[in-house]
Design a binder for this molecule. Structure first.
Ligand SMILES: [Fe+2]
Ligand SMILES: [Fe+2]
Length: 135
């Protein structure tokens, strides 16, 4: 069974953003699979790099939509994105330099890192943006 299973309760109500979230879920699951299969950093680092890159792509997409529609809590949401990007890139740096390795604790952290943000922050733009015709 997948480490992180997508559930309907994670839906923001904006299908394009939900599919980006599902891609982030897939990348975290790919990292988990590589870890439990005992793969080395040669396999895990490229997955981690994709996770970091796609995180930025996704956050930029959300921020553009929120800006376009004058979402009132944009600044707080952007600050949260900055913090999350910093956390994941710090982790990437530590893994790449050999200071740390991908562990169950780290995967658990990434899982909460994503789901907490979706449930607490992203869901707040859902109703606002869908009322403005965003899909
Ligand atoms: Fe967000
Ligand atoms: Fe998001």
């Amino acid at each position: 069974m997948a480490f992180l299973k997508w559930e309907e309760k994670y839906s923001t109500g904006i299908p394009s953003m939900d599919s980006q979230h599902q891609k982030l879920v897939q990348l975290i699951n790919a990292l988990h699979t590589a870890m439990i299969e005992g793969r080395g950093n040669d396999v895990m680092i490229p997955v981690l790099d994709r996770l970091v890159t796609y995180t930025t792509v996704h956050f930029n997409a959300e921020e553009s939509l929120m800006k376009l529609h004058h979402f009132p809590d944009l600044d707080a949401h952007m600050m949260e994105h900055e913090k999350l990007k910093q956390q994941v890139s710090d982790f990437q740096t530590k893994v790449t330099s050999g200071q740390t390795s991908v562990s169950v604790q780290v995967l658990q952290f990434l899982k909460e890192w994503l789901l907490d943000h979706i449930l607490k922050a992203d869901k707040q733009y859902g109703g606002y943006l869908s009322a403005r015709g965003v899909k």
